[in-house]
Design a binder for this molecule. Structure first.
Ligand code: SF4
Length: 217
């Protein structure tokens, strides 16, 4: 990778769909590459496709949308070392910056002003063995932890992890989401209510607003 640039899959303006910021207009910077292969992945096109863009140009493209919220995502955005320069520039421009990460990449270098949305991979993803548990130490009350569930076994796993690590007391929100087409949202809602779980039910908003396979939304 050239100094001062990143391999970018896409930059787009859309509605934030998967956090407590869901519903807010947001500019997304999707970086190329991921070292996981989750069984339900819906962004496989980000594994290899992309073009190298200087960080200054990425920032200009983001700012051109006149939006105060930016999200750096992937793939896994923390695999490219220059991502920290991009994040610093976006923060320096006064934006609220979210980073969506798989939980398998080290969070220790992220600026504490960043809102981290960290997945903890459930067994149904096929990648639970990649969770970096030491990342929990870097979470702050502004951050969010997300579980994408493929069924009841994943739900019970997530519930145990939540309680074992007192997650709901450590972060802004624990998000429980259905792997699209695998788990009925109604079932998840019922389980959460039965258990009085201190977590937040979440739908992948963009899949309902746009068609499930639309890119760049
Ligand atoms: S971490 Fe995200 S981008 Fe990577 S394989 Fe899993 S779902 Fe896909």
């Amino acid at each position: 990778m050239k100094p001062g640039s990143l391999l970018v899959n896409e930059i787009f303006y859309s509605i934030q769909g998967e956090s407590t910021h869901a519903g807010r207009p947001c500019v997304f910077v999707r970086l190329t590459g991921c070292d996981l292969r989750c069984s339900y992945c819906d962004t496989e096109y980000s594994f290899y496709e992309g073009r190298t863009i200087p960080i200054g140009e990425i920032v200009q493209q983001v700012l051109a949308h006149g939006c105060g919220l930016a999200e750096v995502t992937g793939g896994e955005p923390l695999l490219q070392a220059n991502v920290y320069e991009l994040i610093g520039a976006l923060l320096g421009a006064g934006l609220t910056v979210m980073v969506e990460t798989s939980g398998a990449a080290d969070l220790s270098r992220l600026d504490p002003r960043v809102v981290k949305i960290m997945d903890l991979k459930c067994p149904g993803s096929g990648e639970a063995h990649r969770n970096l548990w030491q990342n929990l130490a870097w979470l702050t009350p502004r951050d969010e932890v997300k579980f994408v569930l493929s069924g009841r076994a994943d739900y019970e796993w997530a519930r145990n992890v939540m309680y074992e690590h007192a997650l709901s007391e450590r972060v802004n929100a624990v998000l429980l989401s259905c792997a699209f087409g695998r788990l009925e949202p109604l079932k998840l809602a019922q389980w959460m209510l039965e258990d009085r779980l201190p977590a937040r039910f979440q739908l992948q908003l963009h899949k309902y607003v746009w068609s499930p396979h639309t890119r760049g939304v």
